[in-house]
Design a protein around this ligand. Structure first.
Ligand SMILES: [Fe+2]
Length: 161
């Protein structure tokens, strides 16, 4: 329990939202990382490096989200099973055929947009007293919107390989 002026109900509500977000970020991280490993084609290096930048940002978001939950005195999800139960982002399964590079990039673009909308929805549900989490999510939206712009801009110059 924290003694920083937040009610127990508030902490429960915020950390449940954050744990769901953690699972979604974890899923997006693994999906982007998987595409980084498996992408092929003429523009391999370009895709491979661009995907690395994005999954690295997601590693940091996973860490920051888990540590925000700890800062509120609760325990972040820590098993694959719990992550899968909680996520809002669709994972990319091993049984699926690997798409072409351009399609991977479009899937990443759509997932980034989806993730931003998910964060927006969580943000609306965070109790008004939890200023730290509200600010945390606003910063997350801003940084992901910048990446979403770059993904869209890059998409224009990429061609199917
Ligand atoms: Fe790598």
């Amino acid at each position: 329990m924290v003694h920083t002026g937040l009610s127990n109900e508030c902490v429960k509500q915020s950390t449940a939202l954050l744990n769901s977000l953690l699972a979604s970020h974890f899923t997006l991280l693994l999906k982007t990382w998987q595409f980084h490993w498996n992408v092929v084609g003429q523009s391999f290096s370009s895709y491979h490096e661009a995907m690395e930048k994005l999954y690295t940002a997601e590693i940091n978001r996973v860490d920051d989200t888990a540590e925000r939950i700890r800062a509120l005195g609760e325990r972040p999800l820590g098993s694959m099973k719990s992550m899968l139960e909680c996520k809002d982002i669709k994972e990319f399964c091993m049984s699926e055929a690997l798409p072409e590079a351009i399609v991977m990039w479009q899937m990443i673009r759509d997932d980034w947009d989806t993730m931003i909308r998910i964060i927006r929805e969580k943000h609306e549900q965070v109790p008004a007293e939890d200023l730290g989490t509200i600010n945390f999510l606003e910063d997350m939206i801003e940084s992901m919107e910048k990446e979403a712009w770059m993904i869209r801009a890059d998409n224009v110059t990429r061609s199917a390989t």
